[in-house]
Design a protein around this ligand. Structure first.
Ligand code: CFM
Ligand code: HCA
Length: 545
């Protein structure tokens, strides 16, 4: 498929914009960028985190999905009540394939339930607060949870139910249960991204810091932020970090429990996997509790090794560093064997990735490891820093969605956390910026010149990209899957992993190499014929407007 590499990306860009009315084309032009990386890693500016033009078939979801589904969804013992008509609760019920393993058979796990106030017309007209109170009381009487989260759907904001007042009242009536509500109506913001922000802020103010005793006194305690245990990724990461002698305290929020969040202020380090969904939390914990943080990436075997080394370097312990090297050496034997075998067949093949707010970047690493090239990639809802990198444009960190430190007036809690804060500050002072702040590169500085970065890709543009480049694999989500497959091109879901996985860590990399190898060599889709290809009269009866 190397003919695709001779395609002029500028021409494709023009083709993508051609059919739009002038105003729409002007806006999309800023969101479709031909990449070019400068000497200082600077890349062209891209418009991101901006409203989708009505009428366009976007890949995006809503703020409720980002808050309830994404950030809080994988937590098993915070009982979650969706306040709204039943659809939102039903469609967010285990569709995101995060897994969980309760510590003991007795541990609470509410993830298999979907709970909702099931609002009806009369609640919309007369208000739904009474029904919400009843639902919360019923949940407490039935399940006795440690915590309850209430999630607002669109109608709640429109009719003006005060979910926060309900949470406060019900908490007073039921001492011992931490009850908090999220104003995460679907229309808040332009995508899932606003929901992440809302979720992070509430967990920070109402949960973090509630429990001062950590469940263990093991060494090298750190939390992993932005890892949601899709397809068991967090299980694989836990396996590796444990093998290295590290103590992963909390994962926000894959395979997680309330108490781990409540005591997360007691760890020595936060590492951030998906920066987009949780940078808010990392920043606030650093400001209040002096916990330093840096980005890591467990997608890709090399990236996993690098991340482990970075964590070990932070703890400055020789035995730990040595153990990490041993683990990497041991795990890489099998990885290398499979990688080399798969590379012989996959080298030079082309991939496209359009996913969420971090995977379209992270998964390029796995493709690179087996010699595949990413010709075009983009996020659904990431911000400019996720594309362009923070190192180059530090000021854009503070875009409209990211002013939470000011919003919540987060202040340093110096009395108890001064030593940790001072240690972290000292590291920075000693020029270890790269350790603490490195790896802020966004997607574009790591993509070759001439590749296309496209924000908030839509259906129309997808069809053109497929036609022009004929990639060997197209990665996106469930809404895109069948559209892509109908063109005969293999499609890989990078949200749900097509119900497979894990893909993180060393064993995950092996799984991914093998699956991609099978997928790009499968002819089944290109052999399938649509009814109108067999019977042209069917095509003839469709008259193009
Ligand atoms: Fe982060 Fe995620 Fe993603 Fe995301 Fe998502 Fe997801 Fe995703 Mo789907 S938190 S930004 S809002 S890595 S649910 S686990 S797969 S779009 S790229
Ligand atoms: C969401 C969740 C989602 C959707 C996946 C998809 C996920 O954004 O609401 O479109 O296939 O990962 O489950 O991103």
């Amino acid at each position: 498929n190397n003919s695709a590499l001779t395609i002029d990306p500028q021409e494709v860009r023009e083709e993508l914009l051609r059919k739009y009315p002038a105003k729409v084309a002007r806006k999309r032009a800023k969101q479709i960028v031909v990449n070019k990386v400068g000497d200082n890693e600077e890349v062209p500016e891209i418009l991101a985190n901006s409203r989708t033009i009505p009428g366009i078939l976007t890949m995006r979801g809503c703020a409720y999905a980002g808050c309830k589904g994404v950030v809080l969804g994988p937590t098993r013992d915070i009982l979650q009540i969706t306040h709204g008509p039943i659809g939102c609760a039903f469609y967010s019920w285990l569709t995101r394939r995060n897994q969980t393993r309760p510590r003991t058979p007795e541990s609470a796990n509410f993830m298999t339930y979907t709970m909702s106030t099931d609002m009806q017309e009369d609640n919309i007209i007369f208000g739904g607060e009474k029904k919400l109170r009843q639902a919360v009381q019923e949940a407490i009487d039935t399940f006795h949870p440690k915590a309850i989260g209430i999630f607002s759907t669109c109608p709640v904001g429109l009719i003006g139910d005060d979910v926060h007042a309900v949470a406060r009242d019900m908490e007073e009536k039921n001492p011992g249960t931490n009850i908090f509500a999220f104003s995460c109506e679907g229309y808040k913001g332009v995508s899932q991204s606003a929901g992440h922000h809302i979720a992070n802020n509430k967990i920070f103010t109402d949960v973090i810091g509630q429990l001062d005793t950590p469940p263990t006194d093991k060494p090298f305690r750190f939390s992993i932020l932005g890892e949601y245990n899709i397809g068991g990724d967090a299980f694989e990461i836990e396996r590796i970090t444990e093998k290295c002698g590290l103590t992963a305290h909390a994962t926000f929020s894959g395979n997680s429990e309330y108490d781990e969040f409540a005591s997360a202020h007691t760890v020595d380090l936060n590492v951030v996997m998906c920066h987009r969904s949780i940078n808010y939390m990392a920043e606030m914990m650093e400001k209040k509790y002096g916990i330093p943080w840096f980005k890591i990436n467990f997608i890709g075997a090399e990236a996993t090794a690098k991340s482990l080394r970075k964590i070990a370097a932070y703890f400055e312990d020789e035995a730990l560093k040595q153990r990490v090297e041993e683990v990497i050496a041991e795990e890489m034997v099998e990885v290398e064997k499979v990688r080399q075998e798969v590379t012989t067949r996959c080298e030079g093949k082309l991939a496209m990735l359009f996913v969420g707010g971090s995977r379209a970047h992270h998964y390029q690493e796995l493709f690179r490891e087996i010699g595949m090239k990413t010709v075009s990639a983009g996020y659904e809802f990431a911000h400019r820093d996720d594309y362009e990198g923070r190192k180059v444009i530090p000021n854009i960190v503070m875009d409209a969605d990211t002013r939470n430190i000011e919003e919540l007036n987060v202040q340093p809690d110096d009395a108890r956390y001064r030593p940790r804060r001072e240690k972290a500050a000292l590291k920075r002072f000693e020029g270890e910026e790269d350790l603490l702040f490195g790896n802020y590169a966004g997607m574009m500085p790591e993509m070759p010149d001439g590749t296309l970065a496209i924000d908030d890709l839509n259906h129309h543009e997808t069809e053109i990209l497929l036609e022009k480049y004929k990639p060997d694999v197209f990665c996106a989500g469930i809404k895109e899957k069948y559209v892509v497959q109908k063109t005969g091109i293999p499609m890989k879901q990078l949200h749900s992993y097509d119900y497979s996985g894990p893909y993180a860590g060393f064993r995950g990399a092996i799984n991914f190499y093998r699956e991609i190898d099978r997928l790009v060599h499968s002819k089944i889709l290109s052999l399938a014929k649509a009814p109108w290809q067999r019977n042209p009269e069917l095509a003839g009866s469709y008259v193009k407007p």
